[in-house]
Design a protein around this ligand. Sequence first.
Ligand code: NAP
Length: 538
Amino acid sequence: MSTGDERNGRHYDVVVVGAGMGGIYAIHRFRSQGLSVLGIEGAPDVGGVWYHNAYPGARVDIESANYCYFFDPELYREWSWTERYAAQPEILAYLRHVADRYEVRPHIAFEQWVNGAQWDPESNRYHVTTDAGLAVTAQFLVMTSGQLSKARDPDFPGLADFRGEWFQTSHWPHEPVQLAGRRVGVIGTGSSGVQTITAVAKEAAHLHVFQRTPNYSVPAYNRPADQRKYARLASKVEEVYREIMQTPGGLILPPGRGSSKDYTAEQIQQMLEERWAFGGQSLLSLFTDQGIDPEVNEVVAEFVRTKVRDTVRDPETAERLVPDAYPIGVRRLCIDTGYYETFNRDNVTLVDLREEPIERLVPQGIRLASGREIELDVVIFALGFEAFTGALDGADIRNEEGRRPSDNWTRGPRTFLGLTTTGFPNLFLVTGPASPSVLANMNVANVQHLDFVADLVAHMRERGYERVEPTVEAQDEWTEHVASIAEPMLRRKVDNYMVHVNRDDDSRVFIPYPGGFGDYVTRCQAVVDDGYAGFDFK
Ligand code: NAP
């Protein structure tokens, strides 16, 4: 009960919302510059999405040697990853280790969700409340609540009638879930679904995969971590970090090969094979024109389609799995460990929802519009997230006019650097809309943002400023800048969680910053060097 909580009624310099990868570092960073900090976290533990997404097969899709903290070389050196792409339990163990090592936990109020944050212009404070009754004030409100953290909940008719068990990948229980020997259905084939399907197929008596849109998936080639490579990186962490900060995705990948126009068709196929053999996201950064020129994109897409047809033995199943609905790379590429091979198993059946949509859940399973019923003991929903605004709206942040940030974003988010938005003083949106966000290595992006914010706060303290917000001009300029980079990109033209579509005039706003992480870092530095140009201090 928070009413007896000694923190009740206290004032903090900073309230940090969410104790995942970003929140852990935020608490450490702000505390190390002498600020009083309270973290507020809904889960009973640190970890954020890596706490909640404990579904079978969950693992990172960026190499672990890159998907970790670089801020302390000692921390980097003392941790050694067991796999090239660490699985969720190992990432959670790492985040717990970091939280303990930097004594972050005592500064977190766990098991409560922020349900209100009202800006008070008189005192220059947010009044922050939680669903457990905690009420505190804070000069700065830092949202490390994630862009892909508020789940899209299932709303299928008949769900309450279903007699079996159902789960969401994004809220997977921390108690054992029995899948062995049971008839399981997975709905959703994005990154979460692909990983779940591959793992569950090995356990379930039978698995039905309910696919609406076939996605592109590329092998991870996960394997035990190369400890010699890791030791090499660890011996020069600072250098590696500087290099990462200049890369387009906040991670080290094989270098791009420029325009596809410089190569013959045979050379292109050869390069695609090399990328396929390397695995992971590297296929998307091969040519500079593959994200812009539909014909070039089609060559890369067709290369993957051929791999699907070569892998899946049943030709009809293969055709249903072939990703034909959109160009490759416009949605997040799925990275897998034997996904297409899973459909060669006798205990796996693909249900194409484009042919037979789900009508409803029934007590014994799922009824399709065709009238066919599939009997299931367990249904797993991997339906994705209310991206970018879900967690923000959940915290119900209000400015002095009683508006929430998303009330001002009805035609697409508007921010300065993806970090701040006009009308909301002292509010920082870590990895927010119009920052590289989901296009970058989130761990590195979090730290870069939080260093920027912490330095900004220090700048304010030195000069006696109490509030900061971006100017309307800076926000307009940034929003237009992001739009101009996104304009020629294929990824802007296809509906997915990275695009805000205004249905009345079909105008489309691409949400993350698509100019590359390295470019973003340079622009942030230019803002600092220019005396925090674009910010209005009071
Ligand atoms: P997602 O990519 O949005 O995929 C959601 C899936 O659910 C899609 O296949 C979607 O089909 C389907 N779906 C949604 N509503 C449905 C309905 N009513 N009926 C049938 N199908 C429905 O979500 P996600 O897989 O959770 O991934 C989201 C992001 O999280 C990823 O892009 C990635 O950035 C991150 N992530 C990363 C990892 C990793 O690091 N390995 C793992 C998981 C997630 P449609 O396509 O037809 O809408």
